[in-house]
Design a protein around this ligand. Sequence first.
Ligand code: PD2
Ligand code: ZN
Length: 298
Amino acid sequence: MSQNVTPELRRWIIEQASAGFTPEVVLASMLASGWQEPVAVAALESTLREHLRHQAAAQPVQAAPTALSPAVAETLAEAAVPVPDLDLSRAPRQIDAGDRMVDVIATMNHPRVVVLGNLLSAEECEALIASARPHLARSLTVETKTGGEELNPDRTSSGMFFTRGQTPEVARVEARIARLLNWPLENGEGFQVLNYKPGAEYKPHYDYFDPAEPGTPTILKRGGQRVATLVMYLNEPARGGGTTFPDVGLEVAPVRGNAVFFSYDRAHPSTRTLHGGAPVIEGEKWVATKWLREREFV
Ligand code: PD2
Ligand code: ZN
């Protein structure tokens, strides 16, 4: 059964928080009245976050007391970490990425998603495919139970990893991304190139490492959490193969040279960054993914 988060529920959440109840207490009473936990957590997070944002906008000068108790504001503030982002403050059509002007096609705030055009030239796309092709193997995903890697049935693509700076094209595109996203080049993992044949897909998942899994502390030693993803489309399947964001009903079409950027300031579903690669129906799909970490990735 699907549960709808109504304006009345959002009002009630704000009333509870304003009366000084902590998010944990509000969550407990939502669960007690029959809300499914993922729905309740997402409603709570998004409502309180939006409420804080409104209050900050309404009181820009002095830090006037908010209607939320300090404990609630602290709980929300504590979890978030800085993330890469583009400078969209003056709503530009294009952004200077150093050696290339990149088009801003669409933006969304929660989840933070930006669709970019013309990030890569056709020649760069071809060069990345050509140097990746001989090294493809059935994709693995990081196995968070142990910190190792495993074959994942939810991911039927083939893939390979470049190291940072491995080819001239890789180095050039990495420098462009670092400037575009205002994030140190050293904090990036090497590109992963994926190839999907007809029928291949990547089922919805989060790109951050699940803090509850026992292997996660080992993975985090190499540069902290993933905080953002850039999926770059290297070619165009004739049908299917979009990148989907099921929480918000968004699907980004795979267009050669374009990319979708999204960030997550905490390792939590409340970021609404659940996403997947829809099955390719006709043709094949090639993407390069750049994951960005909190700190230098070694
Ligand atoms: O290929 C995609 O569209 C896709 C979708 C979801 C890639 C990834 N995730 C990824 O590389 O993490
Ligand atoms: Zn992903």
